[in-house]
Design a protein around this ligand. Sequence first.
Ligand SMILES: [Mg+2]
Length: 208
Amino acid sequence: MLLARPRAAGQRPSGRAAPARRDAGARLARRTEACLLRPRWDAALVRVAYERIAERPDLLRRARELASRTIIVDVEPLVAYWDTGQEALDAGIAEILGEIGGDSHMSVVCFATNSDRRPSADYGTSGPGGPRVVYLASAHKPFWTAPYRDFPRPGVVIGDQVATDGILARRLGYTFLHYSPDLTHAPAGPRLMYDLGRRIEPLLFRHR
Ligand SMILES: [Mg+2]
């Protein structure tokens, strides 16, 4: 009886295995690119619009000028700074909703954060006469897009990070309003993410 010789450690079972792994790697790369960079659903633009805005009041003004029906608002630091507590979060949300309240054109205001902090109020139902308010904690930006699927267009994403908020905007086919405050005193994590975003931003967006 002939027995197959045991393979040495790390030895390929045959010469055909390596191309199979290369194919699998290429497929994974294509799927990752499709997941992160391509617009979803009926987004027609190859590159969505991008505007960098440093002053907070100008963000909502610009969203109105674009006749946005949906606004997705990143929470930190636009609504509340990273290391603030419940009171600051509640006050920040109330302030933004107060600024938006009179805009009858706007249908959905969605606060989205990758952190697990939540406001005291229970959002998620439509208010009388105002926009529908949605709050998403642990939003897994930019990977999860299903929560935004039914929001009306056109829409904008307002946030400080290209790698999360910006890519989410691109996947949804929304305009990205890049909030660019002074991050000198921001925690190290957001500053590192900001530097990463500066490198990939030219690949993702067209500038108005
Ligand atoms: Mg942020």
